[in-house]
Design a protein around this ligand. Structure first.
Ligand SMILES: [Zn+2]
Ligand SMILES: [Zn+2]
Length: 134
């Protein structure tokens, strides 16, 4: 993937952390972890670089409802399911829904280039909690 961004120690540390986790962390969590590598980095710098990296396609920004944004170092197209109970964002291993673009293109005069989908559900942990609360 082509990026116009110059490499920097901060951005490298952010990308390295995001590529090492499957957790889809919030900016705050990214900050806590990158701080261990670059102790003097500020939360503002982390926010700014996360948004820059997302804009350049080096990472993915997942905005779900009004809850905080999550970040993903896996830029390979994949789907997410968001737990409506705890807000956790999880990867979904499933076939890409490419035919959705064809369906949309059939009723759109322009050109469809991509679609953005996320699923909502309740994760296993929360299901268990809900069950035992009954
Ligand atoms: Zn949950
Ligand atoms: Zn993901």
């Amino acid at each position: 993937m082509k990026t116009g961004l110059k490499r920097s120690k901060q951005r490298d540390a952010i990308i390295n952390y995001l590529r090492s986790t499957k957790e889809h962390p919030t900016a705050d969590t990214v900050y806590m972890n990158v701080k261990e590598v670059i102790p003097n980095i500020s939360l503002g710098t982390v926010y700014r670089n996360l948004n820059l990296l997302a804009a350049c396609g080096d990472i993915i920004k997942i905005s779900c409802d009004n809850k905080s944004e999550r970040f993903d170092g896996n830029v390979h197209p994949h789907y997410h399911v968001i737990c409506t109970e705890c807000g956790e964002v999880m990867d979904l291993e499933m076939e890409p829904l490419d035919h959705v673009n064809v369906l949309a293109g059939a009723v759109f005069d322009g050109r469809i280039e991509e679609h953005v989908v996320y699923f909502k559900g309740i994760c296993k942990k929360c299901l268990k909690k809900l069950d035992t609360a009954k």
